[in-house]
Design a protein around this ligand. Structure first.
Ligand code: ADP
Ligand code: MG
Length: 267
């Protein structure tokens, strides 16, 4: 591993571009992204479909390499690493949470959460997995299969699996996208608590401005560029304010969170 620099930035991305070669055509998906995320921040990434959110998350998660530019994760330059080195970084430094949970169907919760520890060759796996499940409020569901859990509980198992290795950052792509609003609130409460109490750096992709208002900072992508990057003035606490159901109120949320452009362009 390259030498680690002393840094306050968990994520430090400098002028990253990503170009896909489609036959004879080059498609530039990221056009010079600069993004710094400090330890303990809770950030959401928003933007229209096709703006490059997933491409950026794949690079942040060391699943893919940028075409040009630098990416320092925890002070280590990962933008030139080999596939084997990247896999090691992913395992040690990144916790992933997916929209569709990605749990093994016939595996009980405690074993799901032990898996990343097995890959990392870490001792005390059962004890640590149990602690992670307790941290997400599932201490009484250790031996349940996914089919025996609600959607919100399944996503909490996935969150436990993401935090059990004590990663530098949690990356979540639409983690509440498949949940009803009550389960979504439950999952947001867990993310907020982990962020507040354990200072877990968290980055969300979300289409949902209501969810984004529960994070500290919104980064808006458009056509492969960051077009806005702002603190959320007074982040909402999950469960404390009812999600507005009236069309007018929703409209207000959109106007507050989306900067520039017309609302239609973000759908
Ligand atoms: P978002 O997540 O914001 O919807 P993506 O990052 O998935 O956007 O995609 C951005 C653009 O890059 C889209 O036009 C998409 O078709 C293109 N793209 C994504 N992945 C690939 C790939 N592996 N090969 C070619 N084009 C891709
Ligand atoms: Mg996407």
């Amino acid at each position: 591993m390259p030498e680690k620099k002393n840094t306050q930035w968990v994520i430090d991305v400098r002028q990253i571009t990503k170009t896909y070669q489609m036959g004879s055509v080059k498609l530039q998906v990221l056009r010079g992204i600069d993004l710094k995320v400090a330890k303990g921040e809770f950030v959401s990434i928003m933007g229209p479909s096709g703006s490059g959110k997933s491409t950026l998350m794949n690079i942040l998660g060391a699943l893919d390499q940028p075409t040009s530019g630098k990416y320092y994760l925890d002070g280590v330059d990962v933008s030139q690493m080999s596939e084997a080195e990247l896999a090691r970084v992913r395992n040690r430094k990144i916790g992933f949470v997916f929209q569709n949970f990605n749990l093994l169907k016939r595996t009980e919760a405690i074993r799901q959460v032990e898996l990343p520890l097995m890959y990392a060759g870490v001792p005390n796996r059962t004890k640590r997995a149990k602690a992670a499940l307790e941290a997400v409020g599932l201490g009484a569901r250790l031996n349940h299969l996914p089919s025996e859990l609600s959607g919100g509980q399944q996503q909490r198992v996935a969150i436990a699996r993401a935090i059990v290795t004590e990663p530098s950052v949690i990356l979540a792509d639409e983690p509440t996208g498949n949940l009803d609003s009550r389960s979504g609130t439950e999952v947001m409460q867990i993310f907020q608590r982990l962020n507040r109490e354990q200072k877990i750096t968290t980055i969300f992709v979300t289409h949902d401005p209501w969810i984004a208002r529960h994070t500290d900072r919104v980064v808006m992508l458009r056509d492969g560029r960051i077009v806005a990057d702002q603190k959320v003035k007074a982040p909402l606490k999950a469960g404390e304010v009812e999600r507005p159901t009236e069309a007018e109120e929703l409209q207000g949320v959109f106007e507050e969170v989306y900067y520039g452009g017309k609302r239609e362009e973000y759908n």
